[in-house]
Design a protein. Structure first.
Length: 323
């Protein structure tokens, strides 16, 4: 495995897709019969719009990057083996799959000339693992030996978080996003504009559009959840995680510093850490900052599944601290 190197995003890559891939092109969508394995579990699909947010989360948990073409059936066994291996590790590492045909600038950033290519990403720094189709022996070495070593290297670097779980990868329609998406939902027509803005990376615009939906229907729980996610990403998707954490450690009484690092935890899937940080801040006697912390927590509370035990515990604790 090569040494870590600085990451320098590029802008374009002409001819990134191997012409041989055209002979192996499959029309089926991932997860459909004959198609590529679906995302889900601890496997996500990342695009140019969600790439930066994904890089930021590598400061929370290690990421295995697969640069591939999801219509090339030669790559399906590799993608399936990597996905199965990552999912068995229960969030110790995440697999992020990037379609270099749809996102050529990412291929340029990693200076690869074709698919597949495999990198590790820890703390925003990429480490090349493989370029080209591996042999069965090489693939087994990656799943059995390299992945545990990556997790160990991440732990030694202080990257010890758990990746978010994003649904059953065997379920029809399962799909991932930059910060770990749930299985795909039918998009209501009134959500279309907001959804498109979010997909394009305009999270602030998406939040405004979802607010308009809520003005028409205050009981639209999906719009409320998606607005909360958009506000979160608009604030902190491009934050420098190390700087944010350093500022929070240096200024434990600063409410803005604590809110910022809680955002980073939420984006990274560290929901309990985000809740506990803000609740501990209130418990430490910062009652004069109750309102901004309460407002941020109520926003966070819209994001997890209502049955999530972490959410239930945080709600109870907030109620206790308020009264």
């Amino acid at each position: 495995m090569a040494d870590q190197q600085e990451f320098h995003p590029g802008v374009s890559l002409a001819g990134a897709v191997d012409l041989e891939a055209l002979k192996h092109q499959v029309k089926a969508e991932p997860g459909q019969a004959g198609g590529a394995p679906a995302a889900g579990g601890y496997v996500i699909d990342t695009t140019e719009n969600t790439f930066q947010a994904m890089v930021q989360t590598s400061a929370t948990f290690p990421i295995l990057l697969l640069l591939w073409v999801p219509t090339d059936d030669r790559l399906f066994p590799m993608a399936r083996a990597l996905g199965d291996a990552v999912n068995k590790l229960n969030g110790q590492i995440q697999l992020s799959r990037i379609d270099i045909a749809s996102s050529p600038s990412i291929a340029q950033a990693f200076q690869v000339q074709g698919a597949p290519a495999l990198f590790a990403l820890i703390g925003g720094r990429p480490m090349p693992i493989l370029e080209g189709l591996p042999s069965d022996e090489e693939l087994k070495q990656i799943t059995d030996q390299v992945l545990p070593k990556l997790i160990q290297a991440a732990q030694q670097a202080g990257v010890t978080g758990t990746a978010p779980y994003s649904g059953d990868p065997s379920a029809d329609g399962a799909a991932g996003a930059g910060s770990g998406a749930a299985p795909a939902e039918q998009i209501p027509p009134e959500h279309a504009e907001a959804h498109q803005l979010a997909q394009a990376g305009d999270y602030a615009g998406a939040a405004v559009a979802y607010e308009k939906v809520l003005e028409s229907d205050p009981n639209d729980k999906v719009a409320a959840r998606e607005r909360a996610k958009a506000l979160l990403l608009a604030r902190s998707a491009n934050a420098d995680v190390r700087e944010v954490r350093a500022a929070a450690a240096a200024h434990p009484d600063d409410v803005d510093a604590q809110l910022a690092v809680a955002d980073v935890d939420m984006i990274g899937g560290q929901i309990a850490d985000a809740f506990d940080r803000l609740l501990d801040y209130l418990a430490a006697g910062h009652t004069d900052e109750l309102e901004p912390v309460r407002k941020r927590l109520l926003e966070y509370f819209l994001i997890p599944d209502p049955a999530d035990e972490r959410l239930k515990r945080a709600r109870r604790r907030l109620a206790t601290l308020m009264y």
